[in-house]
Design a binder for this molecule. Structure first.
Ligand code: 13P
Length: 341
């Protein structure tokens, strides 16, 4: 492992004004997104859609530091035969790859999941590196309910995250460590805070035990936020303040950057929260975005599977990328959204 080079990549992933595009939806998830815009989820349609995003020069060259790909996409070529990975590199962004293989039921823990995919991961990482991937992602999912999460689920998922992170660094790939506490449910922001704190503490404990170099990784957490069905929704300022307090108490300063998931927040909420946190400032790590839905909902709708809408799709993507780019340095304000509309 060359830690200096890993750190360089990690720092570039959270460069000021930029963040990560999570375009690594599995075949099942992208089908759900395409169903919503009445587009058939064929291999060609998935390629055309992602090619549209990666060819959005304004977004990719100014606001996007890296793109997380799904296995199918990393091996796909654009219509003209250029590998999609090359399009990303040509735009000045870094290609990355989702390497977990989804979740399975965790034995003895009803309703809880553990992320799988460690078997043969070392060989897969070597192939992805050869194809151009310089970072990877592994997502653990923790659900909040009456009697969950159990410490068993938190430990099993943290252990797998750390095993994955160690394998990535050995393959000279920067791991994005993503322990996602879901915002589904009716719990309040303080319950989210308490669970997220347990999850982050256990995750960093496992990372230390497995000797992962914190300088060569990126953390991708949820924000401290009210459950979607909670009657009392916390304000933007409360989300920002509690998320910062949470991260300050759990995330060592050696970690170069934190790139949030959007997790089901609306586009504008995801931007406003990131902006409010960066306006607080004085933080030991960079805070940026690694959004899937909050970057892609608008371009998906604008595109709707039609060639004649490609430019509109790219503009919608560039707009969200720009707003989040501004939020990553605390320079966004709601007026900019209205102006664009
Ligand atoms: P969302 O921003 O849609 O939550 O997706 C980010 C991601 O990559 C989840 O693993």
């Amino acid at each position: 492992m060359n830690l200096t080079d890993l750190n360089k990549i990690a720092v570039a992933m959270v460069a000021p004004g930029r963040g990560i595009l999570a375009a690594d939806e599995s075949s099942g998830t992208i089908k759900k997104r395409f169903d919503a815009i009445k587009v058939e989820s064929t291999e060609d349609n998935r390629r055309d859609y992602r090619e549209m995003l990666f060819r959005s020069k304004e977004a990719m060259s100014q606001y996007i530091s890296g793109v997380i790909l799904y296995d199918e996409t990393i091996w796909q070529n654009a219509k003209d035969g250029t590998p999609l990975v090359r399009l990303i590199e040509q735009a000045g962004a870094i290609p990355g790859i989702k390497v977990d293989e989804g979740t399975q039921a965790l034995p003895n823990c009803p309703g809880e999941l553990v992320t799988v995919g460690l078997d043969r991961l070392a060989e897969r990482l070597t192939k992805y590196y050869e194809r151009g991937a310089r970072f990877a992602k592994w997502r653990a999912v923790i659900d909040i309910g009456a009697r969950i999460p159990t410490q068993t689920a938190i430990r099993a998922n943290a252990h797998a995250l750390a095993r994955y992170a160690g394998l990535c660094q050995a393959a000279q790939i920067v791991p994005i460590v993503e322990p996602e506490v879901l915002m589904d449910g009716d719990h309040d922001i303080d319950r989210c805070y308490e669970v997220s704190q347990r999850v982050l503490n256990r995750t960093f404990q496992e990372l230390r035990v497995q000797r992962v170099a914190l300088e060569g990784m990126i953390l991708k957490p949820n924000m401290a936020i009210s459950g979607k069905k909670c009657a009392k929704q916390a304000s933007v300022q409360e989300v920002a303040e509690k998320t910062i307090r949470l991260l300050r108490s759990c995330v060592p300063a050696a970690v170069p950057g934190i790139a949030f998931l959007s997790g089901g927040q609306s586009d504008e909420e995801a931007t406003a929260h990131l902006d409010a946190m960066n306006k607080i400032g004085g933080l030991p790590w960079k805070l940026t975005f690694s959004y899937g839905r909050a970057l892609q909902a608008a371009p998906q709708k604008a595109w709707s599977g039609k060639v004649e809408n490609v430019v509109a799709g790219q503009q919608a993507f560039a707009h969200r990328a720009k707003m989040n780019g501004l939020a990553s340095t605390g320079k966004w304000d709601a007026g900019l959204e209205k102006k664009a509309a």
